[in-house]
Write a protein that binds this ligand. Structure first.
Ligand code: NCD
Length: 308
């Protein structure tokens, strides 16, 4: 097993599949009356969040607690710790506390990689800037596999603000390793030139959502990340929704079996309408539940739970 999980590219097909299979076993724990395993008793997991988070943070906390680890939550919001030097000082503090795993979310792309140089424990990237979010890609892959029965050969459309999306990057890397075919869809201003080829050969790009819908098994809608936009990338929210938003009539163009995903948080009415988000094709709530099982599997495997 790998020591850190920093990128979707850290996972080969065997390792990724091992994580997904382990997550399936972890999911069984969630159905029990006592949702706890003793696997990580006496180990310390630190959640180091320098950026806002609801789902990711809560689910890492729940995952560590269900494995009986001691959990320390560190929130840097509002302090001046976002500079490289301070991150190093924080790392040394975590080191002194004997953290076995550090789960880090940081606005700077690459911060978790730096952290991994400074601590002895495992580092898990819970989202770094616009770069990567590998556990989100794993929970997305888990959700697709459990709904559609396989990953190899699936056609996955990743739609919207690809430019700012760490979710998109990690998904392209992981899904192509697992044999799915990804097409990035959005306005040209939000799809970086050459991104498809740079991440994984075989990744497609299309600027017209209606063209890709009839042949998609999965449509993954991305949030328009206005907080990361200093420019106007499209004329108006209405115009964006008209061309790239998923609404009822568009959803009807999908094959019968196709599912609709979104990592959350959603801009309801912009990239997705409430009708679609709350429909039976939507896996949005399932993705959150699966996130706990997948993060349990990641912590368990990284911390050597399988060797104990
Ligand atoms: C995403 C993130 O923070 O990268 N959310 C998540 O982790 N569920 C996507 C987003 O913020 O749009």
């Amino acid at each position: 097993m790998i020591r850190h999980l920093l990128s979707g590219a850290d996972l080969d097909a065997d390792t990724a599949t091992q994580i997904l299979d382990t997550a399936e076993e972890m999911a069984a724990v969630a159905g029990r009356e006592v949702k706890k395993l003793p696997a990580l008793r006496g180990r310390t997991v630190v959640n180091l969040f320098y950026e806002d988070s609801t789902r990711t943070r809560i689910s890492f906390e729940a995952a560590a607690k269900r494995l009986s680890a001691d959990v320390i939550n560190f929130s840097a919001k509002g302090s001046s710790v976002a500079k490289g030097e301070s991150l190093k000082d924080t790392a040394l503090t975590l080191q002194a506390m004997g953290a076995d795993a550090v789960v880090v979310r940081h606005p700077a792309s690459g911060a978790p990689h730096r952290l991994a140089d400074w601590v002895d424990g495992s580092v898990v990237n819970a989202g770094d800037g616009t770069h990567e979010h590998p556990t989100q890609a794993l929970l997305d892959a888990y959700t697709m596999r459990s709904r559609l029965g396989r990953l190899a050969g699936l056609s996955v459309a990743v739609v919207g603000d690809v430019l700012h999306s760490r979710v998109a990057r990690s998904n392209v890397l992981l899904l192509s390793t697992l044999g799915a075919k990804v097409t990035l869809v959005g306005p040209p201003t939000l799809i970086p030139v050459d991104i498809a080829a740079a991440l994984a050969p075989g990744t497609g790009v299309c600027y017209d959502l209606d063209t890709v819908l009839p042949s998609s098994d999965v449509v993954m809608m991305l949030r328009v990340q206005r907080e990361r936009m200093s420019d106007s990338y499209f004329p108006s929210a209405r115009e964006y929704a008209r061309r790239y938003g998923l609404d009822g009539p568009r959803m009807a163009r999908l094959p019968e079996h196709a599912i609709v995903m979104h990592p959350g948080p959603m801009n309801r009415g912009m990239e997705i309408t409430p009708e679609v988000a709350d429909s039976s094709r939507s896996t949005i709530v399932e993705q959150v539940a699966n996130g706990v099982s997948v993060r349990m599997a990641v912590l368990y495997l990284l911390l050597g739970g399988n060797n104990r």
